[in-house]
Design a protein around this ligand. Structure first.
Ligand code: GAR
Length: 206
């Protein structure tokens, strides 16, 4: 099977990016990480990508002085130059304009730290605790122009425990993100339509 070139967008620690790149490099997902792009020059994920032998690029959103479309144009250009066929957002903390979402429509995935459609946006773990939910988790979905609302490709359920803080809950969710995202990416690379028809559900170990 041919390997699809995958571009990965990050802003921070890049642990999901590592999970995706390692799955591709181990052959469990039929893709090849061709570039990791960060809007944040001090993202720890940049060094992790280099350590995995993946090309990196920094495109600082600050230098675009609030012109989101121009920033997105630059990101799109870097993805194309690297030959990306699909894009995985992995902790990429920028709101995208249609310049990016239209260009990559049907070819861009994101991981979000909640069970969408609950808790789109930021501070998902704090908001889940405040809402008193018994279950929380993460979602991999397609990216559209509307924030955190593209079709769901996979979800992992994480129970909320008594005594959880936003930090303890975030850590448990993140561990499941690292299992879910590579599995969804693998399914999507193999057959996007089948992946859309059969979203992956991961439940806690009994
Ligand atoms: C992850 O929890 C991811 O779900 C979240 O940021 C974290 C990035 O961690 N993404 C969002 O909140 C997107 N709105 P990582 O850099 O270690 O992968």
């Amino acid at each position: 099977m041919s390997l699809t070139p995958v571009g990965i967008l990050i802003s921070g620690s890049g642990s999901n990016m590592v999970a995706l790149a390692e799955a591709m490099q181990a052959g469990t997902a039929p893709g090849k990480p061709v570039i990791v792009i960060s809007n944040n020059p001090s993202a720890a994920g940049l060094e992790k990508a280099r350590a995995l032998g993946v090309e990196t690029a920094v495109i600082e959103h600050r230098s675009f002085k609030g012109d989101r479309a121009a920033f997105d144009q630059a990101v799109d250009g870097a993805l194309r130059k690297a030959g990306a066929g699909i894009v995985a957002c992995a902790g990429f903390m920028r709101i995208m304009t249609p310049v990016l979402t239209d260009a990559w429509s049907g070819r861009m995935l994101n991981i979000h730290p909640s069970l969408l459609p609950s808790f789109p946006g930021l501070d998902t773990h704090t908001r889940a605790l405040e809402a008193g939910v018994a279950i929380h988790g993460c979602t991999v979905h397609e990216v559209t122009a509307d924030l955190d609302s593209g079709s769901i490709l996979g979800q992992a359920v994480v129970p909320v425990m008594g005594g959880d803080t936003a930090e303890t809950l975030a850590a448990r969710v993140l561990a499941r993100e690292h299992l879910l995202y590579p599995r969804v990416l693998a399914a999507f690379l193999q057959d996007p339509d089948a992946a859309r028809r059969n979203p992956i559900a991961l439940f806690p170990d009994p």
